[in-house]
Ligand binder design. Structure first.
Ligand SMILES: *[C@@H]1O[C@H](CO)[C@@H](O)[C@H](O)[C@H]1NC(C)=O
Ligand SMILES: *[C@@H]1O[C@H](CO)[C@@H](O)[C@H](O)[C@H]1NC(C)=O
Length: 222
């Protein structure tokens, strides 16, 4: 047993000694192949990581009403995939990026439908002049903080709420709890955001994240 545990202990020590190196381990492997927005890890806690993204641009669907996160994300993904394949005002093909994010908003609609906005990250190359397209809109985010929980496997409608609740409860008692609460008050329509880094055809090494977004300006605790 002691022998089997040795690597864990040494990697833990390694983390204490070189915290920034270990923080890099959380970067999803997909981002070694395709462009992802870069970020700085500003804090790590038990069950969460706090990141700071500099200004980013996203191409986003209109809100999609559905009872299923999985179905809504599929619908939005296909629209955005057409967009990067050239179905846009410039007939321009755009490189695939990661992650695909879905903003989840509870709604008062019938049958407990929720509202979902699915977005692709716009590559740096296209940020100056991303092609417009019918039914899609551009979102420009200023510097944004994200409380992040990573999980693996396929995202399912059943487990999503649990993952979001786990992130929320892991933040309680930390320096970030009130900043996250204020972020949610600032945008009450958005409960949380789900970031997925793999195509539906990849079965192993899948990485997903729950993000709760806030801005430093809305926080007094940092
Ligand atoms: C974000 O911007 C700041 C200030 O310009 C810079 O120091 C930092 O390296 C940037 N971080 C990333 C991840 O690009
Ligand atoms: C895009 O392609 C369509 C159909 O082939 C064509 O009618 C249109 O002029 C093209 N637009 C540009 C900006 O190249």
């Amino acid at each position: 047993m002691a022998f089997m545990r040795a690597p864990c202990i040494s990697s833990l020590l390694f983390c204490f000694l070189i915290a920034s190196t270990c923080a890099l381990k959380s970067v999803p492997p997909t981002c070694e192949r395709i462009e992802c927005p870069s970020y700085d890890v500003v804090d790590q806690g038990n069950g969460f990581e706090i990141r700071r993204y500099n200004s980013t641009e996203w191409i986003s669907t209109a809100p999609i009403e559905d009872i299923s996160f999985v179905e809504a994300t599929r619908t939005g993904f296909l629209q955005l995939f057409d967009y990067i394949q050239g179905k846009n005002a410039y007939n321009e093909t755009i490189e695939m990026t990661g992650p695909v994010i879905t903003e989840v908003s509870p709604s008062d609609g019938p049958f407990c439908a929720s509202s979902f906005i699915v977005s692709f990250y716009v590559p740096k190359k296209n940020q100056a002049d991303p092609p417009p397209a019918d039914g899609l809109h551009l979102q420009k985010w200023g510097p944004t903080y994200a409380a992040v929980r990573q999980f693996s496997g396929f995202v399912s409608d059943d487990s999503l709420g649990q993952e979001a609740a786990a992130l929320y409860s892991s933040l309680q008692g930390s320096n970030w709890a009130s900043a996250v609460d204020q972020g949610r008050k600032a945008d009450p329509t958005s409960a949380y955001t789900v970031a997925q880094y793999n195509s539906p055809f990849e079965f192993s090494g899948r990485v997903n994240e729950i993000w709760m977004l806030f801005s430093q300006e809305s926080s007094n605790t940092i």
